[in-house]
Design a protein around this ligand. Sequence first.
Ligand code: KIV
Length: 281
Amino acid sequence: MTNAKLDRLDELYRRGEPIVMITAYDYPSGRIVAAAGVDVILVGDSAAMTVLGYGSTRDISIDELLVLTRAVRRAVPDLPVIGDLTFGSYEDSNELAVRSARRFVDEGGVDAVKLEGAGAMLPRVRAILEAGIPVYGHVGLLPQSVRTREGYRARGREPSQAISIVKDADDLAAAGVSALIIEAVPTPVTKMITDRLRIPVIGIGAGLEAGGQVLVYHDVLGFGEGRLPRFVKQYASARTDLVSAVERWAADVRARTYPALEHTYPITAEAFAEVQRQVGR
Ligand code: KIV
């Protein structure tokens, strides 16, 4: 089954041009990244932390992520949108995986779904593909498998782990995924995978050798309060700017300088005199 929006990404890949992917989680973030000209949007389960205030990606439900996915789709009718299968929505059986993937397509309007890991997940990937739904793979650091803070360390720095990431990437490509997200691995391992595969490899913390890059919207724009991962480059200070804006508005309210005349609605003297006449002063 062809999908013109996804085909455009393959075209970029064939031309050797970097694919720009970013997360978005609602209507305004979708509109902003579309206006900035990104190539593809991931409605990531990172929404658990960035938008819903949970502690990990394991905490968000499929119903919660679908609400956000629909909002993004309304914002960007013409861009490819990838939906992230949430923790617990696909691992246990092929039937569950296909049902969840279908919900992302039918209710969320996505062009493809992403799921984490290979190995035991390969039958899930194949089942979703057989149902006619494109799949993005995800190898390296798999946030849904992380249970401790140390768990967010880079993957593939020792040979055995690097070899297993390369094998996972090979297996996912052979299963037929449209593209691969590779997270937090050393650049030479990314290069090896990128060179071996004939599909786009989109890196996050995986160096310049990937065929594209993805980052979390809130990290790029500086919404966060805590420490950022090493691989994040922040291009704005949204939190600082927004706190300052709300502070200035609150100060105006307290000083009674907001609202000013231009923020109010006029009524003619005659009309108000009539109100006073009928209501009484
Ligand atoms: O949920 C997410 O934001 C992701 C990216 C880290 C790739 O999966």
